[in-house]
Each structure stands twice: as structure tokens, then as C-alpha cells.
Design a protein around this ligand. Sequence first.
Ligand code: HEM
Length: 497
Amino acid sequence: MLTALLVVISAISSYILLYVAIYYIIRIARPLHDYPGPLLNRLTPVPWIIHLWRGTLYSYADALHKQYGPVVRVAPNELSIIDPAAWKDIYVRPRIISGGDFPELPKPDWFFRPNMNLAPNIISADFDTHAHIKRGLAPGFSEKNIREQEPIIRVYIDSLLAQLRKRCGYGAVSVDLVKWFGHATTDIIAGLALGESFNCLQSGEGNDFTRLFNRVVREDIVLAGLRRVGPHFLTTLAYRFFTGHRVKYLDLCRQSLSKRVASGVLRPDLIQSLLNQEEYNFDSVVHTAALIIFAGEETTLSVLCGVVYYLASNPVAMETVLKEVRGAFRSEEEITIASVNKLEYMIACLHETMRIYPPVGAGLPRIVPRGAEVVIAGHVVPGDTNVAIPPYALNHCAEYWVEPDKFIPERWLGVDKRFASDKLHEGLKPFLVGPRGCIGQNLAHVEMRLIMARVLFAFDIELDKSCRNWVTDQTSWVTWARPPLYVRLTRVNQAGK
Ligand code: HEM
């Protein structure tokens, strides 16, 4: 009896072993076998997913590219590519060899919509739904509309400056800029997307929205990893544990928007064009506003904190930018959307920050449809392959940038011949490109330029010793999880008080 049982068990084990061996041999031999990458990554997506979950995908991709070159097989069916020529081929218009005619490489559901039971939003929607949502939103994000929003934005920036002044009095004190810039970007985006701010600046407190949406993003990352390796039901099951934060977050957005619609006030803001449509779906407006708040707050905040950190760590750059800003205006009132555009050096500092510390550091994947074949930066890529450009790795690659790990705003001024070979706008795409590119980039430029010009005009900034290595080993779940950034602010300019 025992012998028979052992025979059955050993037969089942051999069958499983054989199955696993054949499965993995097939995976290695899939059409991507010519692309280099670590053996473990060629066999399984697990190493990639572990880094996704740990928030270290950006530095892992950087290390793999430094070892294996511009195209790396980071998972059995995923290529990571750092080549400026690939921006167009992946994110704008696919160069199809065979397999049909598709207008874009689709976004893979495992990453953008790990739980298929959720309604699609502007980020996760398929091609047609996305085009419909984007058309509805576009008027609110036009340059003209953003200019009309200047008075609303100014109120919040005035409030930021008033709070910083209050905190530093006339002597120098240490303040956490992650906190204060965070309050400003949250209030601005909520004011423009929901019609009311969260009063973070006035109260000096973060609010439930910011806490909740960061939880939701991290939970989505966990779901994305699960969906990548496991069957769909596993994600659906896991989603049951996570659903609370998302529901609360959406409820808060719903409450604010209901108040705004009930008030009947028309505002030239980001959402008005959706509410102006003859028939709009209120729930879909809530989902869109919820997403805009996350997309608009976290990214802009990273750049603002990053530029202060790099300037405060580079005395020559700081001196140059202060000279420019303080020489350009006599009072804070002169600092406007139109006038900040002449601050060439400050704008170069913002570009350089987005290069060295890209707000979205890891790649945003696209998938080649099953059965198709496309060319990406000269490489033939078969169907069912995930492809992405990891911005952090591309922006730190010596092939495309002179001294890539150094903060050198001068490379953007086109004067110093040392940087003639830098890929500049060809390589740097912090807002992505193509139909899915960032709709908020006009607003982002306006916010970042206005806030930086006002802060540099009003304060001398010195980095607190505790923050000397502020960027080192940060984690990133789509956007950075920033530790506090302590700086000492000294009032220098009374003109705009
Ligand atoms: C420095 C600031 C910003 C950066 C670096 C940035 C970056 C990006 C990137 C990389 C995407 C593409 C996402 C994807 O493929 O899934 C994106 C999309 C988007 N961003 Fe931004 N963003 C910034 C600021 C903003 C602001 C201020 C807003 C809104 C007020 C905003 C709203 C959006 C929206 C709605 C999308 C989805 C667009 C679409 O799918 O068509 N972003 N952004």
C-alpha cells in the first residue's frame, strides 16, 4: 500500500518538475531570447516585481542598463529600453511591421488597471474612451485657461509665502519644504479641480486626501505585481482588502464636487469644461478629478523640492539663479505667469532637476499587441512584449549626457560647447509624449516657475545638515516617497510683504 502511494507521489512530482522545466525552457526561448538580461529575469518576472513593490525599480533599471546596455530583457516578456529614438516608437505612434493597424501601443491592464472591475479613468482607459475624456478636459488645461486661473493660483502662493515668512520671522529657522510645498501644491490642485482647497496652507496640516491617495497608489502597485504573476482572481481577492482607502478617497472627492455643482458657481478651472457638457456622468467627473489631484500634486511637488535641494547643494548655481531672479523684479507683484518665462537660468534649473531627479523615475509600460510585430529604436519587438523607457536610467546614461550624475543647469543654455552632444529635449520627456502625454504640463510649468521665483526672490535658502543626502536611496512608487527636506530660510526682500 505504502509503495503504491510512494509511486503515485513520485509520478506526480516528476510530472510537476517536467512541466515546470518545459515551461521555463519555453519562456527563455521565447522570441526575446536574443535580448540580454539576467538569467533569473529571463525566467521569471519575480525580481522585477520585487523591485516594483520595494519602490526601487528606477535604480534597479539603471543598474541593469549600466551592465547590459540600452535594451535589457528585464522579465520574460518585458524589454526596458533607454534610447531617445524609442520615445516616439513606444509612446507616440507604433512602427508596425505586421499584425494589424493600431493607433498606439496599448497600456497593459496588469499595470494600469490591475482590477478590471474598476471603471476606467483617463490614465487606464482604452484608446477611444481616453480620447473622449481628454477632449472633454482639454479646454480646462489650455494655455489661455491656465492664464485665466492666475488669480486663483496667486491666492495660494501668497498664502505659502505668508506662512513661510511667519515661520522664519526675520531670523533664519529650519522648515520642512516637503510639507509646505506639499500644502501649496495640494491646495492649488484641489482649488482648480474641485472648486475648493483643503486649507492645508492655512491650517498647516496635511489632509485626508493626500494621505489616502498615497495609500491608494501603493496598493495599486501591490495589485499590479500580483496581477503580473498570478491569476486575475488573486487580484480581485486582494482588492477586497484594499478597497476601503479608494472608496474613502473617492467619497471625499464626491462630497467636494457635489458642493461645487450645487453652488452653481462657474469657475475657469480644470473641471468646468466637463461640467459644461450637455450630458455628463457625475461619477466619471469624480474619478477624473480624483486622478488629476494625484497626478498634479505629487509630480510638481517632487520638482519643487528637488530644485531647492540641488540649488542649495550647488552654491554657484544658487548664486546665479538668485542674481537672475532678484535682478528681474522690483517687487513680488511683478512676478507673474508672463514675466517668469524670461527667467532663463531658473527654467534651466527646473529642466535639470526633472532630468537628474525625474518625477516619474521608473518606466511606464506599453504592450505590443499579441500577433503583431513592431520596430522600436531599430529593434524588432514581437507581440505580447511589455516595453518601457525608464526615465531615471535614460537621464543618468553617459551615452546621452555629459557628466550625467551632476546638476549642471548650464547644459540647457546652449552656450557651453562641452554639452553640445547632450540629448536635451530629445532625451528628456518628463511629461511623456504622444496621445497619453501629460495634459497638465502647462499648469505644472506655471506652478513651478511662479513658486520658485517667489521663494527665491524672498528668501536665502540653506540646506540643513541632516538633508545633505536627501535624494540618496529615496524610494519611488510611480512618484517619489520624499523624506522631509529641512532648509533654513532667511528673509531678504521686504518688498512684497
Ligand atoms: C512636473 C509635473 C508633472 C509631471 C512630470 C507629469 C508627468 C506625467 C506623465 C509622465 C504622464 C503620463 C502617464 C501615463 O502614461 O500613464 C502624465 C499624465 C497625466 N498628467 Fe501629468 N505630470 C505633471 C503635472 C501634472 C499636473 C499639474 C496635472 C494636472 C493638474 C497633471 C495631470 C495629468 C493627467 C490628467 C494625465 C493623464 C493624461 C492622459 O492620459 O492623457 N499632471 N503626467
